[in-house]
Design a protein around this ligand. Structure first.
Ligand code: FRU
Length: 553
């Protein structure tokens, strides 16, 4: 080693130690006060996934500013997550980080670091997808508030910045111009006095009906607030953006919609040209409530749907409602989407749908018998397709949708570390008719057509498609033309033992003979589209290397 190099190495070591120069003052009752240095935007929190949750609070100039639940490392550090100090640094004045419910001798206090390096201790994880959307660090669940504007697709999502398990719900934001490459745009909505930020949607208010200006992007979301008597109260709130969704201001008159039931969430408003007003669909316990409004603030309940129809094995969540043309006909029908957890025929969470008509006031289902006695139609027959909702304001009358590619049965256990969960590729829903019945299909968005991401297979009759790797791990797709089914078996696809509900085979009904399969394989997922979306199976896999050897029999 030459002298210059030794000097550089020493300097590196010195600056590393100085990273840990914040003052940590231990107090009684498992409380410590951390005084950050003046320099360094990120305070890196050492996390131990198996540790109990502690509290990390910020007190600025004697005012309580925020509190998050964080699994601060006690004996060992699994990974690091940043506490972004910039907002408090910019305000000036003195602020302190208070850590509660963490024994003062815990390892986290000696491993805290503060710097400007966004990539500090970033782990290069083998299961991170190469073309699916993921958070850089931290936990993600439902896609939220997706919209399209001026050439950019905006995707928000349920996000925990302070752990890779569910908690501390924020909305984080990503953008894309091609639906393949996503740019991290940071946090859009943080918890406030009304609670944490649960799921919701965005609309572009072209006419300025809500009073936030023409073209304002308006987010409608659920706040979830714990009560002193146990349980959480859910209410609906608004935030608006005057810069095309880059930054949001919360409406000071929140909440705008409340109800006297516990599960009342995931608002999905849309402009309905038929009644020249806004409609809103809300998941409300075991049914959907439908509303109308001239201005997104004052809501009138119009009707309720679904109490005795479809699957009721769990809570109804994340609704959507849209009008779709029926391919090959001149008809259009309305489709009501209802995510449900649990209740899926193969366990856990999934998306059921109802086909019918909607006049701006009431949704009326076609052929009730299809949904009688707990029967349901499923949008996707894989295990990892949930919280599916659409982009608003999409071009060409499209309603592209994204699903959270996981299942509440094991979402918190999947074998990634510093981040958890990916989103599906974007799909355009469509209706097709077989005999007298309407079925919903989901076609890979046309943006993928020329990207060369998928394997395309011509199907002439029953066949087995095996996806494998050099390590002998495999996922098996079987089309049975006699039984008219398409199945996906991932029981030998690699890591499956992290949760007993993972190693399953699921079977989808096929309504028209298959002539083709499109298969999107990424490092930890497989999405199978029969007849370009008439039947779909979306599944996670955790193989030692990508399952991209395709054998057709
Ligand atoms: C669905 C869901 C939503 C809720 C959100 C909370 O996965 O339970 O109903 O708004 O997640 O993170």
């Amino acid at each position: 080693m030459n002298k210059k190099l030794i000097l550089l190495t020493l300097m590196g070591a010195a600056s590393l130690t100085s990273l840990q120069a914040q003052t940590v003052t231990p107090q009684a009752c498992e409380q410590s006060i951390v005084t950050p240095k003046a320099q360094g935007r990120y305070l890196w929190l050492p996390i131990q996934e198996g540790a109990p949750e502690g509290k990390v609070q910020i007190i600025a100039g004697n005012t309580f500013v925020m509190e998050q639940n964080v699994r601060m490392a006690r004996e060992k550090v699994d990974y690091y997550l940043p506490l972004d100090l910039q907002p408090y640094q910019q305000k000036g004045g003195i602020f302190k980080v208070v850590v509660q419910n963490v024994p003062t001798g815990s390892i986290c206090f000696s491993k805290l670091a503060q710097n400007d390096d966004n990539n500090y201790m970033l782990i290069d994880e083998p299961f991170r997808p190469s073309y699916h959307h993921t958070p850089k660090r931290g936990w993600m669940n439902d896609p939220n508030g997706m919209f399209y504007l001026d050439g950019t697709w905006h995707l928000f999502y349920q996000y925990n910045p302070y752990g890779s398990m569910w908690g501390n719900m924020h909305w984080a934001h990503s953008t894309s111009t091609d639906l393949i490459h996503w740019k991290d745009e940071g946090i859009a909505l943080a918890p406030d006095a009304w609670g944490t930020m649960f799921s919701g949607s965005c609309v572009v208010d072209h006419e300025g009906t809500a009073g936030f200006g023409k073209g304002a992007v308006i987010a409608m979301y659920t706040t979830s607030r714990p009560t002193p008597f146990g349980g959480d109260v859910q209410a609906q709130a608004l935030a608006y953006s005057k810069d095309g969704g880059r930054t949001f201001t919360k409406y000071e008159g929140n909440p705008v919609l409340t109800a006297d039931i516990v599960d009342f969430r995931d608002p999905n408003p849309f402009w309905n040209e038929d009644i020249k007003a806004w409609n809103l669909i809300m998941a409300s316990g075991q049914e959907m409530r439908l509303y109308s409004s001239p201005n997104l603030k004052d809501w009138k309940e119009e009707s309720r749907f679904g109490l005795t129809l479809g699957c009721h094995g769990g809570v109804w969540e994340c609704p959507d409602l849209m009008k779709l043309p029926v391919e090959g006909t001149k008809e259009s029908k309305w489709v009501l989407f209802c995510n449900i957890n649990p209740g899926f025929i193969y366990g856990g969470s999934a998306t059921q749908y109802f086909v019918g008509d909607f006049d701006g006031h009431k949704f009326t289902v076609d052929n009730e018998a299809r949904y009688a006695d707990g029967k349901a139609l499923w949008q996707d027959y894989g295990k990892d397709h949930y919280a599916t909702v659409s982009f608003s304001n999409a071009p060409d009358g499209r309603h592209p949708m994204i699903a959270w590619m996981s299942n509440w049965e094991y979402a918190n256990d999947v074998p990634t570390k510093q981040y958890r969960s990916a989103n599906s590729i974007v799909r355009d829903p469509f209706l097709y008719k077989v005999g007298k019945e309407y079925f919903l299909g989901s076609r890979p968005a046309p943006e993928y057509d020329k990207a060369g991401l998928d394997k395309q297979i011509k199907v002439k009759g029953s066949c087995t498609v095996t996806l494998s790797n050099a390590e002998g791990e495999e996922a098996v797709i079987t089309y049975d033309q006699k039984a008219m089914t398409l199945s996906f078996d991932r029981s030998k696809s690699g890591k499956v033992d992290f949760n007993q509900n993972f190693a399953v085979k699921t079977v989808a009904p096929v309504h028209r003979k298959l002539t083709s399969l499109r298969i999107f394989i990424d490092n930890s997922s497989v999405e199978v589209f029969g007849n370009n979306g008439e039947v779909v199976l979306t599944n996670l896999v955790f193989p030692k290397s990508k399952l991209d050897k395709v054998t057709v029999k």
